[in-house]
Design a protein around this ligand. Structure first.
Ligand code: SF4
Length: 703
């Protein structure tokens, strides 16, 4: 229960998708302290370095935005205005564009860090009332390949396992992820399980030997972009070794024969050569999986952020399906969610190709149901613009206005200069933010100050479908308002009915009602239930008032039309940018341990800078020697799109031919030379439209 002494409040960490429970204590002077919640099932009191330092980001208000600002043309300075004036003008401009150019001339770009209620009202506003699907979020850059993979294989965007499966598994296949740094508390559970049961096997697949390899039995240092070949090779070995579950394949899945043909096409020797791995290592990985009683695959951005991200996801999920390792204890595919509420966002349809409550945008019956429920305009069947497409559409004039909230796209989008071009050309930009630092503010016509974590209440859903309630601890500073309230006030200025909520609890009840009868039915949930239980794994049906099941598909009934899981014969395709003589190295990007995304929060904490204080290029010593680069030399990383200048860090832990840049740094003191996304590629996966952050062609020279 959240019933604590009256100066302490239950909440959930606002960083990664692990979703650790915290207790926030409000001191007499208004400052807060944050501790891990010992009673919370996810973390049992533990927090990682980022979570432990949350209080500093909350207490430091030095960069906060305190009041709305506006300018009537781009050459004027920003001026302080009242909320009414700012929203009245924004509504007038939006109405003008919608009347003149249609509802697709405006867009919202939000975040996997928004609360579920915020996501819900933005989606309701644009899909249900403005009449376009131009709402996308930075979850597009993060989990959209996993969403598509789950839907294609299991019939629904549903993570099959729960965290308690970790202690029941005896084989972990961790691919395209560094959970030791990026999902630390979850990884501590894997490490503790391995320490108590040394027979548990851990395989890590990564072009870099990361900290996650420290407890691995096998590290497959794969060549970037070749995951489908590896997964197929393992699939082939499992079939040849007889380590497949024929009962599951025959009775609960479809597509096996075509899959078998596809994986038998390539000999192990050829696969090993393509992936840059030894045959015996692939055999060992297949043996570990084949011998497992409980097999969990874990993945995140290394698979998702790819031009073949959906193929990578499907080829991995196939390994769980052919071995029947799904819907049973200690088994299943498990995508590690990057952001704290990417999952909650997906539940309310928070991407441009989704609809509320996991309904399908391309299904006319589903669109009709949602339209009737909201009582607004006809919901368009046409998927809206995705994250990168929005900024391209701003640049070429198709999109006139964009409203950016809770995200920092000029640091986080690939090929960031293209995004800058978009904002420069945009006719009207609204930025809803907590901080005065993001570069987007420079392009804003209207700036709306938002309440931060602990200054508003709401809910989030973590990687294991666990919904938690986040308490409001303090009032927001100045005139800042909760994001949901800002959106609702704007919707009312637009003249739309159905946004006059007096409490965010009512938004939640409406969302919960809309899920009734779906596979994510939470119609029994309310703030009261969540406050009492502290957190609940969906589903939670109204007539049952019981949680779960916490592990899905135990009945082997999937959400596909045939109720069978689909094994896809994934083709081996290469869609990334090619390396050549001019750009011979493969660049991959990622997180470092103590920073979060674009550092607008963690960058304020001195303690967190101690781990790694500057952007750097990780390069293999053999490549460095060839390029006559020494440790700490300033180097220029060039791609066909731009350049980055950082210091070189020589490391034998990165595969030869591959270099790595951290993704966190943007523009500092007017210089954007540390920004990894100057060089990254905006090639997209054709299905998920997720960008290829993990593969672009670069050259490196000493500066
Ligand atoms: Fe927060 Fe994730 Fe760290 Fe837990 S593991 S404290 S959710 S950043």
């Amino acid at each position: 229960s959240v019933n604590k002494p009256n100066n302490t409040f239950a909440s959930t960490c606002c960083y990664c998708g692990v979703g650790c429970g915290v207790v926030v204590t409000k001191e007499k002077n208004g400052a807060v302290t944050v501790e891990g919640d010992k009673d919370y099932p996810v973390n049992k009191g533990m927090l990682c370095s980022k979570g432990i330092n949350l209080q500093y980001t909350v207490n430091d208000k030095s960069d906060r935005l305190f009041y709305p600002q506006m300018r009537y043309n781009k050459n004027m300075p920003m001026q302080r205005v009242g909320w009414d004036e700012a929203l009245q003008r924004t509504a007038a401009v939006f109405k003008t564009f919608i009347e003149k150019y249609g509802p697709e001339s405006v867009a919202f770009y939000a975040s996997g860090q928004c609360l579920t209620e915020e996501y819900y009202v933005i989606n309701k506003l644009i899909k249900g009332f403005i009449g376009s699907n131009n709402i996308d979020t930075n979850s597009r850059l993060c989990m959209s390949s996993a969403v598509a993979g789950y839907k294609m294989a299991l019939g629904e965007d549903s993570v099959p396992i729960c965290y308690d499966d970790i202690e029941l598994a005896d084989c972990f296949f961790v691919t395209g992820a560094n959970p030791a740094w990026c999902h630390p508390i979850l990884w501590r559970r894997v490490e503790a399980h391995k320490a108590a049961h040394p027979e548990v096997k851990i395989v890590v697949v990564d072009p870099r030997a990361t900290d996650s390899c420290a407890s691995a039995d096998l590290h497959l240092q794969i060549k970037p972009g070749t995951d489908v070949v590896l997964n197929h090779a393992i699939g082939r070995l499992l079939i040849e070794n007889g380590d497949i579950d024929l009962d599951f394949i025959q009775n609960h899945s479809e597509g096996f024969e075509k899959y078998k043909e596809a994986v038998l096409e390539r000999a192990l020797s050829e696969a090993a050569q393509i992936c840059g791995l030894r045959e015996e290592d692939i055999q060992l990985a297949a043996q570990y999986i084949g011998n497992a009683k409980g097999f969990i695959s874990m993945w995140t951005m290394g698979l998702n952020q790819s031009a073949v991200g959906v193929d990578k996801n499907l080829s991995l999920i196939n390994l769980s399906l052919i071995t029947g390792h799904i819907g049973k204890p200690g088994s299943g595919p498990f995508s590690l969610t990057g952001q704290p509420n990417a999952m909650g966002g997906r539940e309310v349809g928070g991407l441009s190709n989704l609809l509320a409550a996991h309904r399908n945008l391309n299904n006319p019956v589903h669109r009709q149901e949602v339209q009737q429920f909201w009582g607004g305009t006809t919901i368009s069947e046409k998927p809206g613009l995705t994250a990168t497409e929005m900024f391209e559409a701003l640049a070429d004039g198709r999109l006139k206005a964009i409203w950016i909230l809770c995200s920092n796209p000029l640091t986080s989008l690939p090929n960031a200069r293209l995004a800058e071009e978009g904002l420069k050309k945009a006719k009207f930009v609204v930025v809803q933010e907590i901080s005065s630092k993001p570069e987007t503010l420079k392009y804003a016509d209207v700036i709306l100050p938002a309440a931060a974590w602990t200054e508003k209440e709401g809910t989030m859903t973590n990687s294991e479908r666990r919904i938690s309630y986040l308490s409001k601890v303090s009032e927001p500073p100045g005139e800042a308002l909760p994001d949901a309230e800002i959106i609702c006030r704007f919707a009312q200025k637009m003249g739309y009915q159905g946004f006059d909520y007096t409490r965010s609890a009512d938004i939640y009840l409406e969302h919960a009602r809309l899920t009734a009868g779906t596979n994510i039915d939470i119609s029994g949930l309310s703030y009261e239930v969540l406050k009492e239980k502290r957190s609940v794994q969906w589903p939670y049906k109204a007539n049952k008032n019981v949680e779960g099941p916490s592990r899905l598909f135990e009945d082997k009934v999937f959400y596909t039309p045939s109720t069978k899981a689909v094994i896809h014969p994934v083709p081996v395709a290469f869609r990334s940018e090619r390396t050549d003589e001019d750009f011979p190295l493969i660049l991959t990007t990622g997180r470092i341990r103590d920073q979060w995304h674009t550092m607008s929060k963690t960058g304020k904490v001195n303690k967190l800078k101690k781990h790694i204080s500057q952007a750097f290029l990780e390069i293999n010593p053999a490549d460095a020697e060839h390029l006559q680069i020494a440790e700490d030399d300033l180097v220029v990383v060039n791609s066909r799109r731009g350049e980055v200048r950082v210091k070189a860090k020589l490391s034998a832990s990165i595969k030869q031919g591959v270099v790595f840049l951290p993704m966190h740094w943007g523009k500092i003191l007017g210089s954007d030379l540390n920004r990894a996304n100057n060089v990254t590629s905006h090639v997209l996966d054709p299905t998920s439209k997720e960008p290829d952050f993990k593969y672009c062609a670069v050259n490196v020279q000493k500066y």
